[in-house]
Design a protein around this ligand. Sequence first.
Ligand SMILES: *[C@@H]1O[C@H](CO)[C@@H](O)[C@H](O)[C@H]1NC(C)=O
Ligand SMILES: *[C@@H]1O[C@H](CO)[C@@H](O)[C@H](O)[C@H]1NC(C)=O
Ligand SMILES: *[C@@H]1O[C@H](CO)[C@@H](O)[C@H](O)[C@H]1NC(C)=O
Ligand SMILES: *[C@@H]1O[C@H](CO)[C@@H](O)[C@H](O)[C@H]1NC(C)=O
Ligand SMILES: *[C@@H]1O[C@H](CO)[C@@H](O)[C@H](O)[C@H]1NC(C)=O
Ligand SMILES: CC(=O)N[C@H]1CO[C@H](CO)[C@@H](O)[C@@H]1O
Length: 295
Amino acid sequence: MGILKMSSSISLFIILLTMEFAICCCGKNSSFGCIPRERKALLKFKASLLDISNRLSSWDDYKDCCVWDGVKCDKTTGHVIGLDLRNSNTSSYEMFLQTQGNQLDSSLLELKYLSYLDLSYNDFQLGPIPSFLGSMKQLRYLNLSATNFNGIVPHDLWSNLINHLPRNIGHMMPLLELFAWSQNSINGSIPESLCEMKALRNLDLSNNYFFGTIPDCWENSQDLLVMRLSSNELSGIIPNSIGGAYSLQWLRLNNNSLIRQLPSSLKNCTNLELIDVGENKLSGTLPRMDWKRLA
Ligand SMILES: *[C@@H]1O[C@H](CO)[C@@H](O)[C@H](O)[C@H]1NC(C)=O
Ligand SMILES: *[C@@H]1O[C@H](CO)[C@@H](O)[C@H](O)[C@H]1NC(C)=O
Ligand SMILES: *[C@@H]1O[C@H](CO)[C@@H](O)[C@H](O)[C@H]1NC(C)=O
Ligand SMILES: *[C@@H]1O[C@H](CO)[C@@H](O)[C@H](O)[C@H]1NC(C)=O
Ligand SMILES: *[C@@H]1O[C@H](CO)[C@@H](O)[C@H](O)[C@H]1NC(C)=O
Ligand SMILES: CC(=O)N[C@H]1CO[C@H](CO)[C@@H](O)[C@@H]1O
């Protein structure tokens, strides 16, 4: 009798234990959301940074990395899909996240479902452009503006690069809708493969040291709304294929060394609200278009 009682209480104990385990497990994938491997990667990324203003203080307090500041997860799968570490206080150097070494940590590669990455206005210490970015094929939004990269890509890793943006960047990140890499010191030519980013709507490479010509490959860029290439060292003509980007609303090419006149194909871009081609060496007549619409 005694033995029976004991064994039933043991099995009750086991049942309770199993139940608790089940609750715990479900919790991990529903209410806790965060995938352990991705949490670990984020912590590794944090550890690689100098965080003077304690911006990432919430990173660790909770098991669920999905509630950490700047982290966004998919509600059903729990995977990290967005990382927004944009520094909104650009007046204060103290607010910047800084790299401790001179290379952005590749732990972000663990975030296989990351589609939104904004690290703008942080200080990556004139380090090289991190080559691992080229493996983030799933990115749709990438803003690395004013991040103090100096444009040197390690040659052994991105061997087929032309100058300093990899020549095949369009194939590396084919889904990009927004590509902003302004206000850095990137030096080199603008890769033609940018035109292969079929979903590209917003391109900002202004305020760098890009030289050479604007690639002539925009025939199929119907989705492009904004193109900013201002304040570089671009020369040559504005290519005629720009007329293929007929949805363009903003075109900023000012402060370069562009020559000759605006291409006549530009009159195809009937949605233009702003065009700035000042501070160049342009000449000749403006193409006939409805300039009254322009600001
Ligand atoms: C930005 O940082 C400076 C210096 O730390 C501070 O005085 C200012 O209030 C901050 N601005 C905002 C909008 O947070
Ligand atoms: C990229 O980030 C910078 C700085 O936060 C911001 O000013 C800019 O508007 C962003 N670029 C685009 C194209 O959204
Ligand atoms: C850009 O790179 C070229 C060749 O590598 C070099 O001669 C030039 O000084 C660089 N320009 C800037 C502004 O860094
Ligand atoms: C024009 O570009 C140069 C660098 O190429 C920069 O130093 C200068 O401030 C820019 N000027 C304007 C008016 O933006
Ligand atoms: C002008 O736009 C049309 C679509 O509206 C496009 O089919 C055509 O190729 C464009 N022409 C040029 C010269 O880019
Ligand atoms: C932590 C964990 O197991 N996460 C899983 C939750 O469920 C989604 C979708 O079934 C998986 O993709 C995650 O790996």
